[in-house]
Write a new protein. Sequence first.
Length: 134
Amino acid sequence: MKVDSKKPMEPGISSVITKIKDIGEANIRFIVLYGSAAKGENTSLSDIDIAVYHDGDKKERFDFRVKILGRVSSKFDIQTFQDLPLYIQNEILSTGEVIYYRDYKDIFNIFMKTIREFEDFKPHLELYYSGMGV
């Protein structure tokens, strides 16, 4: 996980981040770029994956996501971090790039909690994969 990388962002990402912060206001704890854009493997056909940690309840997070998706290009896939499956949250922590955070200690605690939850879940995931012959 890269935190607050200084590499230049793809055109449009910084304006989307500004919109996310404007719409989410004080409820945004962090924003992470993940997927092919974070790995440097994106193509002209790739979308740009962004995960946002929003403090609201499930309905507020849904309303936030609908509002933000209505104001940005369809090239951006914006998800609320805590509503993603645990294995995707773990992948975001492993390969994503934090592009905004409000409080370092807060983001550290959220990341550690997610890692612990994934480690508890991992044996079940491996059992599932082995049952599928993967």
